[in-house]
Design a protein around this ligand. Structure first.
Ligand SMILES: Nc1ncnc2c1ncn2[C@@H]1O[C@H](COP(=O)(O)OP(=O)(O)OP(=O)(O)O)[C@@H](O)[C@H]1O
Length: 317
């Protein structure tokens, strides 16, 4: 990197219950020691990540933009850049969230923020990684992990609204927080009707329960909903689990948590495509990259897209 270039840091200091702030402190100490110019742009509320990323991309400077936060903050930054006049502006990322599924999905090996910023600074070309795009009449948004309708989205809803989340996050047990809310959702989530359209075919489900369109294997802080998905194959995966109860559900969850053999279960349907459409017929909770989409009758077109990232990962596909 040339000495005159500046690092533009977009920081969500709230992410990961202070984890992003700690990572940022380490990174800024390092940059100061190395006399590398940087500026921290703090997100203050929802939507700030998108607004700041768009503004920075529009400046079209040779500076590297680096996001420090969780998956939700990176999602916003990607959408901000995509909405700018320079939608191919690359983004660096230092994970500081509670779930960090994107880093798990792209197999980012470096955990130490200082080693990661050094690796980001040394990169000459960004790595192109798949991102998903969901659109409807009123909505068009890129996602880095997944969009879920029904069960997992309800789990996000109850986790975000649970008093235990902050406590467990402070103990570094964010995944446990998600897990304990599963039990609440198992009691409350009802089956719903769903249509999937893909390649001139239509598949109807009377009793869909878990519906996840995903860019890589993970959701909920490390649950591999689709172990076969990869963010380098220019396809999105879709997993639909039909409503099952009791021991059958427990057995399926055990498969999901252990060897990923749930995909072969007769209650699970799974495709890998460049494009598909989903439509559900009763209001359901939705989640996008762990952020609530509120309750809707979703009617979404899904397609695969790409974005360049300053990240030291390999395309192993
Ligand atoms: N200054 C802030 N104070 C409170 N919330 C903020 C602030 N800035 C952004 N947010 C909100 O933080 C959320 C994004 O959090 P993010 O996903 O990055 O962290 P996380 O939930 O801890 O991590 P992960 O998604 O990886 O589990 C968004 O809903 C955004 O609106």
């Amino acid at each position: 990197m040339k000495k005159t270039e500046k690092i533009e840091i977009i920081l969500n200091h709230h992410a990961g219950n202070g984890r992003a702030q700690k990572a940022c402190n380490k990174v800024s100490n390092f940059l100061t020691q190395q006399n590398i110019p940087y500026e921290i742009h703090l997100t203050k509320c929802n939507g700030d990540g998108q607004r700041i990323a768009k503004q920075l991309a529009n400046l079209h400077q040779p500076n590297k933009i680096v996001v420090i936060g969780g998956d939700g903050t990176l999602n916003q930054a990607v959408n901000g850049v995509k909405a700018s006049s320079y939608p191919d502006t690359a983004l660096g990322y230092i994970p500081g969230g509670s779930g960090n599924d994107f880093c798990r999905g792209i197999k980012l090996k470096i955990k130490d923020p200082v080693i990661l910023i050094q690796a980001i600074l040394s990169l000459k070309t960004p790595q192109v990684i798949d991102v998903g795009k969901a659109s409807s009449k009123q909505f068009s948004h890129y996602f880095i992990n997944n969009i879920g309708i029904g069960f997992d989205a309800s789990t996000v809803y109850y986790t975000n609204h649970s008093e235990r989340k902050e406590f467990l996050n402070r103990l570094g047990l964010g995944t446990l927080s998600y897990f304990t809310n599963l039990l609440k959702v198992i009691k409350r989530q009802k089956a719903f009707g769903l249509d999937v359209n893909y390649q001139q075919q239509q598949k109807h489900f009377d009793s869909a329960y878990i519906v996840v369109a995903t860019n890589h294997p993970y959701f909920g802080g490390g649950f591999a909903i689709d172990p076969t998905a990869t963010p380098f194959n220019h396809h999105l995966n879709l997993v639909v689990v039909k409503k099952i109860t009791g021991l059958t559900f427990a057995k399926l969850m055990t498969k999901l948590l252990t060897d990923g053999s749930h995909l072969k279960d007769k209650n699970v349907w799974h495709i890998e495509k460049k494009q598909f459409e989903l439509k559900n017929y009763t209001k359901q909770h939705g989640q996008m990259d762990g952020e609530e989409l509120n309750q809707h009758e979703f009617d979404f077109n899904f397609e695969i897209s790409q974005h360049p990232f300053w990240l030291p990962v390999k395309n192993n596909f």
